[in-house]
Design a binder for this molecule. Structure first.
Ligand code: URA
Length: 302
């Protein structure tokens, strides 16, 4: 872990019990009794939608002998479940929303692990989501090797008009390869690739079907071909930020697993049926669970 990048000034008095930290968007504080149930967390699994989080927690519970699921009461912003060592949390859509979830979860995990950097380094993080494929048909699962923004540069945020803060938004390659290996006999199509995180579903993903459209068929295809030629295999809206913040603290184990809903080289609109969308979501969850069971220990069939 990179201790020098951790906000010790704020976080250490919380660990010492001199100050309470309020994880406001999760409806939780470091003084809540329920926090003791989360102490043994070994993995944090995030997804955009709260319904998917609930499903993942139920599946994980079944795979772990119907282990108890603890639900945090506030669901106005993010939905959170804890079960058998895994904290499942939704993050909404896009980097502004997901960055709130990630920052509060990093603070929470620091508190849960009492600021012990070795214990923190053992926590595995994952985002499971949906994406637009680039040269891949709907239903393909992409495990991200590197998160980039729409200009193929790493994640960055504005620094009060003075410039930008830049972050390393690569994903640990060994973890990504282990996820592919854990799924080698699953029958799922799982590939490695770079992932663009757009700040917008329409404009920053070069769609022609937004209410506001700034592109032509030619500029759209030129962008898609450019990112494809540079190793991008899918487009979503959170990965570069996730990797940037986790790398900043030095977490060694994290991943992003996204199912494609469509091939953007073929079109812009998501026309998959509810059944197909349900299968895509189940498949990306299954790809993660295969890896989780291979690394977190005992479980049986769902
Ligand atoms: N999510 C995205 O951000 N883009 C897509 O095309 C599909 C899902």
């Amino acid at each position: 872990m990179h201790s020098e990048n951790i906000n010790h000034a704020f976080l250490d008095p919380v660990v010492a019990g001199d100050q309470v930290d309020v994880y406001y968007h999760f409806g939780l504080s470091s003084a809540d009794p329920v926090i003791e149930r989360l102490r043994d967390v070994r993995a944090i699994v995030m997804a955009g939608s709260g319904a998917r989080i609930d499903e993942f927690a139920r599946t994980w519970s079944r795979m772990n002998g119907d282990a108890e699921i603890t639900a945090l009461p506030k669901e106005e912003r993010f939905v959170t479940r804890y079960c058998a060592g895994v904290l499942f949390a939704s993050h909404g859509m896009g980097m502004p929303s997901a960055s709130i979830a990630v920052q509060e979860l990093m603070r929470l995990v620091y508190f849960l692990k009492r600021g012990d950097l070795d214990a923190l380094a053992e926590v595995f993080w994952a985002r499971v989501g949906t994406s637009g494929g680039v040269g891949l048909p709907g239903g393909t699962i992409v495990v991200t090797t590197e998160g980039v923004m729409a200009d193929l540069r790493p994640y960055r945020v504005l620094n009060g008009g003075m410039g930008e803060y830049w972050f390393d938004s690569t994903f640990p390659r060994d973890v990504a390869e282990d996820i592919v290996a854990a799924n080698s006999s699953s029958g799922l199509k799982v590939v490695l690739g770079k992932t663009v995180a757009g700040n917008e579903f329409f404009l920053e993903q070069f769609r022609l079907d937004g209410a506001v459209c700034m592109e032509t068929p030619e500029t759209k295809m030129a962008w898609l071909e450019w990112i494809h030629d540079n190793g991008v295999r899918n487009i979503e809206m959170e990965g570069a930020m996730l990797a940037g913040y986790l790398n900043h603290w030095g977490f060694p184990r994290f991943a992003m697993i996204c199912c494609t809903l469509l091939d953007r080289l073929q079109g812009d609109q998501v026309t998959a049926t509810p059944e197909q969308l349900g299968k895509y979501s189940d498949d990306s969850g299954a790809a993660l669970m295969a890896y989780l069971t291979s690394t977190l220990g005992p479980s049986g069939p769902a």
